[in-house]
Design a protein around this ligand. Structure first.
Ligand code: SAM
Ligand code: SF4
Length: 334
């Protein structure tokens, strides 16, 4: 089958899939305390998720990242992971991975490894129990630390993702870096993004420019830029003193769009061609209305890829949150 190429000659081989909008945490930058979640019938069933992902894999997607909401709170989600194993075994899918808050990993780490997952991204913004409870509202740090232990014991490679928040975890920059080094985990910092309407937080106050964070690191360490590119917004450096790799995800200050290789599927089957744009394609009807033929779904996917925009419109430069995207990160998947 012809691979998916967008109008700017970018090959689309990476699909991020949100399998639920629900979560057992309520991180302040992601959700409001009283979230209304989607009715269950709106969600793609596990069978539909399988059909959707398998169709994308048939069209050249080689990497799947499962996200949410919290992917591991979706009921029977391991059935879906195990279903994807066949594509790994066939060699058509090169990597199956997930982004999780870690709360359920103690339960699922071994099963994920058995399904063929080899790496996980675990989101963790602070190592302080009280601050952790404050930022996640419902999360408890010891549970996540146990999840990280379980993941490493199962043989999963762990990368920690920390959202950089001014006045919140600035003082933990070196503690977190050292902690990750001591456990042989990679660490990536994420700049906070203007997603969703989550109440009255002052987002500009939370914004901690990663170039400033990098300058802080430079005061203590020698940093070497790494050429590594993943087709996404992450850039990497190596800390020469420890050999550790540190990532920076800076969607607001850097333009990474020219090498973008990814699209995002929501838990209701909408395909977002760009994280920073509202345009999306409804793939669920193409799937549900044609239970016996994949051709309409394939056509809908091809049509959607032809609408992938050149880039995003986030812009903080005028001190207003221009280009704000109204949907929640938990809907599109981070
Ligand atoms: N629940 C899982 C987790 O927390 O890892 C997966 C979904 S979560 C939406 C994915 C990532 O998005 C997390 O690393 C989270 O910290 C990040 N995130 C959520 N809201 C964000 C925002 N407004 N700006 C930047 N990153 C955000
Ligand atoms: Fe849940 Fe992840 Fe959003 Fe936190 S960032 S509320 S863990 S979906």
């Amino acid at each position: 089958m012809t691979p998916l190429i967008d109008p700017f000659q970018r090959a689309i081989n990476y699909l991020r899939v949100s399998v639920t909008d629900r979560c057992d945490f309520r991180c302040v930058y992601c959700m409001s305390e009283n979230m209304t979640f989607l009715p269950k019938k709106e969600l793609l069933t596990l069978e539909e998720l399988d059909r959707m992902c398998s169709t994308f894999i048939g069209m050249g997607v080689e990497k799947l990242r499962i996200t949410g909401g919290e992917p591991l709170v979706r009921r029977d989600i391991m059935t879906f992971f195990r279903a994807m194993t066949r594509h790994l075994e066939a060699g058509t899918l090169k990597e199956l991975t997930l982004t999780t808050n870690g709360s359920q990993l103690e339960r699922f780490a071994d099963a994920l490894y058995d399904a063929g997952v080899r790496r996980v991204n675990i989101s963790l913004d602070t190592l302080d129990e009280q601050k952790f409870a404050d930022i996640t509202r419902w999360g408890r740090l010891p549970q996540v630390l146990k999840g990280i232990d379980a993941a490493q014991n199962a043989g999963l490679r762990v990368k920690i993702n920390a959202v950089a928040l001014k006045g919140f975890n600035e003082d933990e920059l070196f503690t977190m870096t050292d902690w990750c080094a001591s456990r042989d985990m990679d660490l990536t910092f994420i700049e906070v993004m203007p997603m969703g309407d989550i109440g009255n937080e002052d987002r500009l106050g939370q914004y901690w420019k990663l170039s400033e964070l990098r300058d802080e690191l430079r005061k203590q360490f020698t940093l070497t830029d790494l050429p590594e590119r993943t087709g996404g917004p992450a850039r990497y450096v190596r800390i020469e003193e420890t050999g550790q790799k540190i990532g920076f995800i800076t969607p607001l200050t850097h333009n990474f769009c020219e090498s973008c290789n990814r699209v995002r599927l929501t838990c209701t089957g909408e395909l977002f061609m760009c994280l920073g744009q509202e345009d999306n394609a409804d793939l669920r009807s193409a799937l549900r209305n044609h239970p016996d033929s994949n051709a309409p779904l394939e056509q809908a996917i091809r049509d959607a890829i032809l609408r992938k925009p050149k880039g995003h419109d986030f812009d903080y430069s005028r001190q207003t949150v221009d280009g704000r995207v109204s949907r929640h990160m938990s809907h599109t998947g981070g």
